[in-house]
Design a binder for this molecule. Structure first.
Ligand code: ADP
Ligand code: MG
Length: 586
């Protein structure tokens, strides 16, 4: 079935427009749908997958269209040769705009895109050498040899070949390690950063990629329309592109084509049908159009594609060649000290959350960091993992002092972690969530992924994820969306993800919270096995019973200060510890 899709599609693209089955009018409409699909595919990646909402994508179509208009009219360059110019101009514009925009958080990001969406519309309209509001005409058509591709059916072939290339490249990108990183970004940056993803640059890459697709759309538009003016590049078309991506199925590449088709056909049909019903006065179609869209989004908040075709399938795992596995990280010597915290301190305003605390995690040991709620355990955890900067003190890793360390660096050094509140991507399969942990064990960049040249590496990464899932006993849920798991299972998914990094140190923040007795026992058994393999573990835990039988060494915090430290049995009977715990309860 799948094998039949590609030739079938090729047949449709190359033959359908010439069969006469579609009138010229519909062929032309599908030319515009193809152009819009390119923009919407970029938005699927940017907004649907990456969570960065952009209303300003039409401006990038404008950059692509005006760039090729200027170049081909003024220099007489062939339109084919001006395609790289359009893409480069759009890419550079996106790099500059994106460098500022993608760092905006929350509502400021979409507001930012609205701002530049509006600005560029007026900019295009005010630059006299771009023809100001009248725009530019006399743009040459695409051509093959001396034959100009002016007829809509000929243009159809060009447009849809470009769409197919964009679909394949984007699908390939989403399937690989960068795709997982981008998908993780929508939930926030913490999980991605903890496994070595540099989030600002990843966001910027996605932003530029989406803009370049819009630039290609602009190039096609200019040579189909043969004239450009600011109108199609303003904020209203920008909003329509966003609607296409969201309506089709945010996050689904084919959804972009569906959304573009739905919106363009709907608007077009309303324009011709409504005047017959309500008379020609007034632009009622815009109102009805809006109402229908709101209704659809209300009924299908994830877009139409998932309703028609179900959730995204998990990737299949196949056994990689026996020698393909990346080498294991060297284990530290038996007497090494992995983490040494020396008088680490963290202040939040006036509050001293961690007050000059020192402790060490020796190789192959389980160290428990315990204390009542608010004692500063999570803050200490975040200092070690590089999530929070130290106010004072020093942390060294395998004897090397760390300064201004970041989570990505710690991941590269072999620190795997879990989160107190599960940080997973709910609509991504369990195995792909775990594969995010193996991010740094692969190397394929964006280009290689787009070209599908990362398949061998992906096989290895997915196999690592499969193995780690098996190890925590979750093989049977590998292909379900992670969001459908119970809390106890999510904890184990996070452990598997941390193990996929091939860690020498694992940090767990309250892993037993919310687990049933049986689940706690299974977790304790797993942690002992890891210790036996030479992996060190720093366990932050509120639950005394869980750590007592597990940790080789305990560090007790209360109000940010270390009040006791030592073997579990000794610490348990320390009056200060009893006081802190009982006091905490009272
Ligand atoms: P624990 O994990 O032991 O329950 P935390 O490390 O989360 O404790 O918190 C220690 C103290 O620091 C608490 O008083 C908490 O309110 C405070 N705190 C933690 N994070 C922040 C923050 N980002 N900003 C301000 N105060 C914080
Ligand atoms: Mg905590």
């Amino acid at each position: 079935m799948r094998r039949a899709i590609a030739p079938l599609f090729a047949l449709v693209i190359l033959v359908l427009p010439f069969t006469g089955l579609l009138s010229d009018y519909w062929v032309a409409l599908f030319d515009y749908i193809g152009i819009a699909s390119l923009v919407a595919i970029g938005l699927v990646l940017l907004t649907g997958v990456g969570g960065m909402t952009s209303f300003g994508q039409a401006a990038f179509v404008g950059f692509g269209a005006y760039a090729t208009a200027v170049v081909t009219i003024d220099t007489g360059l062939s339109p084919w040769l001006s395609l790289p110019v359009s893409v480069a101009v759009t890419g550079i514009a996106a790099l500059l705009i994106g460098a500022i925009t993608v760092r905006l958080s929350g509502h400021y990001l979409p507001l930012g895109t609205i701002a530049w969406g509006i600005s560029f519309y007026y900019l295009f309209g005010n630059i006299s050498w771009l023809g100001a509001h009248d725009g530019m005409s006399g743009i040459p058509p695409l051509h093959i040899g001396s034959h100009a591709l002016i007829a809509p059916e000929e243009f159809f072939v060009v447009v849809w070949i470009v769409v197919v290339i964009a679909v394949v490249a984007t699908q390939n990108l989403l399937r690989g390690r960068m795709g997982r990183a981008v998908r993780a970004l929508r939930q926030g940056v913490h999980a991605a950063e903890a496994f070595g993803v540099y989030t600002p640059s990843t966001k910027l890459k996605v932003f530029v990629y989406a803009a370049m697709l819009a630039g290609v759309a602009g190039w096609l538009y200019a040579h189909f329309q043969r004239s450009v003016s600011p109108g199609p590049f303003g904020i209203i078309p920008g909003t329509e592109y966003l609607l296409m991506a969201v309506l089709g199925g945010a996050g689904r590449v084919y959804g972009a084509i569906l959304g573009a088709t739905a919106i363009i056909v709907l608007r077009d049909q309303l324009q011709s049908v409504l005047p017959l019903i309500v008379g020609s006065a007034g632009n009622y179609e815009i109102i009805v159009f809006g109402a229908i869209l709101v209704l659809i989004l209300r009924l299908a908040s994830d877009g139409i594609w998932p309703i028609l075709f179900g959730p995204q399938a998990a990737p299949r795992t196949v056994a990689p060649p026996p020698d393909a596995a990346p080498p294991q990280r060297p284990r530290p010597a038996a007497d090494a000290v992995l983490v040494e915290a020396d008088a680490v301190r963290k202040e939040f305003g006036g509050l001293v959350a961690v007050n000059d605390v020192s402790f060490a995690v020796p190789a192959g040991r389980i160290v428990g960091l315990i204390g009542p709620n608010g004692a500063g355990k999570s803050t200490t955890f975040n200092l070690v993992t590089g999530v929070l900067p130290l106010t004072a003190g020093r942390i060294s890793f395998e004897g090397r002092p760390l300064s201004h360390h970041r989570p990505q660096q710690m991941a590269a050094l072999g620190l795997g972690r879990t989160f107190q509140h599960a940080e997973i991507v709910p609509d991504m399969s369990v195995i792909e969530n775990v594969a995010l942990g193996a991010h740094l064990r692969g190397h394929a960049g964006m280009m290689r992924a787009m070209a599908g040249l990362d398949r061998a590496e992906e096989t290895v990464l997915l196999d690592i994820a499969r193995q780690q899932l098996a190890r925590v006993g979750l093989s049977d849920v590998a292909t379900v969306p992670a969001g459908s798991l119970a809390l106890g299972q999510l904890r184990l998914v996070e452990v598997a993800r941390a193990l996929a990094l091939d860690p020498i140190l694992v940090l767990l923040d309250e892993p037993a919270a919310g687990l049933r007795v049986g689940e706690k026992k299974a977790l304790a058994k797993l942690l002992r096995e890891l210790r036996a393999e030479g992996i060190s573990i720093l366990l932050v835990e509120h639950d005394m019973d869980f750590v007592m039988n597990l940790a080789d060494h305990l560090v007790v915090l209360d109000f940010g200060t270390k009040i006791a430290e030592g073997r579990a049995g000794d610490v348990k009977n320390d009056p200060k510890v009893i006081e802190a715990y009982l006091g905490g309860v009272a």
